[in-house]
Design a protein around this ligand. Structure first.
Ligand SMILES: C[S@@+](CC[C@H](N)C(=O)[O-])C[C@H]1O[C@@H](n2cnc3c(N)ncnc32)[C@H](O)[C@@H]1O
Length: 272
C-alpha cells in the first residue's frame, strides 16, 4: 500500500479541509470588512486545494496560488485544477515562484496556512515576507496566518491520528503520523516529518519533511506591526466548559489558554 499511495493525496486528506477553511476565512473577511471576498491569495499553496475550491464558490471569485516547488504545484494542476470548469480555471492563477517575489495582482485576503511561513528562520526574512504580503494586498485587505505552539511543540515526539478514507482508491483508512523529530532550544529550529501507516502494516516514511523555526505569537505579531499591518490581532479557539475540549470555532481574543498544544490565527489589516 505504501508503494501505491500518493503522498499529496494523503496529505490533503489528513490536514486540509477547504469546505471548512474557505467559509471560515471568507466569513471572517466579510464580517470584518463588510465586503464580499472575490480576490483570494494563497501563499505556499502546495497543491492549491484551497484556491481551487475558492473559485468554485462564486462566479466572480478569483484565486492566486503561489508555490516554489514545481512538482507539488504541477500535481495540484493535474489533480485539483483539472476538476474545475473552464470558467473556474480561467479565474485560478498558479505561480511557481518564491512568495517573497510575487506582488501582483493585489488580493483582498492573503493566507499562509499550515505554518508554512515558518520556513523563514530569521527576523529579516520573515519581516521581508510580511512586508511583501502587505504590499500585495488591496487597501483594507487582510493577511491571515495560522500559528502552532504550546509546551508539547517543544517535545521530540510522534503523534498518530487515524484518518477515515472512504474513497475507492485501494488505500482505505490510514494513520497520519506527525513526527516532531528535532527541537533546538537555542534557535527554536524544529524539524517535523510526516509519515503514513497503512492497513497492511506498510509505511511511507518521510513523505514530507519541514525545517522550520517555531515562531511565537508575540514575535509574529511584533513583526507584522513592524511590516506596517494595522489592527494586528489574534483568533483563539473556544473551550467547551463541560469537556474542556476545543470547540473548533475561533474568536478574537487578547489572551489564550496555556494549552499544551494549540493552533491560533494571527491577522493584520493593510491600512486603507
Ligand atoms: C507545509 S506546505 C503547505 C501547503 C498548503 N499551504 C497547506 O496549507 O497545506 C509548505 C509549502 O510551501 C512551499 N514553499 C516553501 N518555501 C516557499 C517559498 N519561499 N515560496 C513559495 N512556496 C514555498 C513548499 O513547496 C510547500 O509546498
Amino acid at each position: 500500500m505504501a508503494n501505491l499511495a500518493d503522498p499529496h493525496l494523503l496529505y490533503q486528506k489528513s490536514v486540509q479541509s477547504p469546505d471548512h477553511d474557505i467559509p471560515f476565512l471568507a466569513g471572517y473577511f466579510e464580517e470584518y470588512t463588510k465586503q464580499p471576498l472575490r480576490y483570494f491569495r494563497e501563499d505556499f499553496c502546495g497543491t492549491a486545494l484551497l484556491s481551487s475550491y475558492f473559485v468554485t464558490q462564486h462566479p466572480d471569485n478569483h484565486a492566486l496560488g503561489i508555490d516554489l516547488d514545481w512538482p507539488t504545484l504541477n500535481w495540484g494542476i493535474k489533480h485539483n485544477g483539472s476538476l474545475l470548469t473552464l470558467d473556474q480555471q480561467r479565474r485560478l492563477t498558479l505561480v511557481n515562484d518564491n512568495v517573497l517575489h510575487v506582488h501582483h495582482p493585489l488580493s483582498q485576503l492573503t493566507v499562509a496556512m499550515n505554518f508554512s511561513y515558518m520556513v523563514f528562520r530569521d527576523r529579516p526574512t520573515l519581516l521581508q515576507y510580511f512586508t511583501n504580503a502587505k504590499r500585495s494586498l488591496q487597501p483594507g485587505g487582510l493577511f491571515v496566518l495560522d500559528i502552532w505552539g504550546g509546551s508539547e511543540t517543544q517535545v521530540e515526539q510522534e503523534e498518530h491520528r487515524d484518518i477515515d478514507n472512504s474513497d475507492d482508491d485501494g488505500i482505505g483508512d490510514f494513520v497520519f503520523v506527525w513526527d516532531q523529530d528535532v527541537f533546538e532550544p537555542s534557535t527554536y529550529f524544529c524539524r517535523t516529518r510526516i509519515h503514513f501507516i497503512f492497513r497492511d502494516g506498510s509505511e511511507l516514511r518521510d513523505a514530507f519533511v519541514y525545517d522550520w523555526r517555531l515562531w511565537t505569537i508575540p514575535e509574529v505579531m511584533e513583526l507584522m506591526k513592524e511590516a506596517g499591518f494595522a489592527d494586528v490581532h489574534l483568533l483563539w479557539e473556544g473551550l467547551d466548559p463541560d469537556t474542556h475540549e476545543g470547540t473548533g470555532t475561533y474568536h478574537r481574543a487578547e489572551k489564550g489558554d496555556s494549552d499544551p498544544s494549540w493552533i491560533a490565527y494571527v491577522i493584520g489589516q493593510n491600512p486603507k
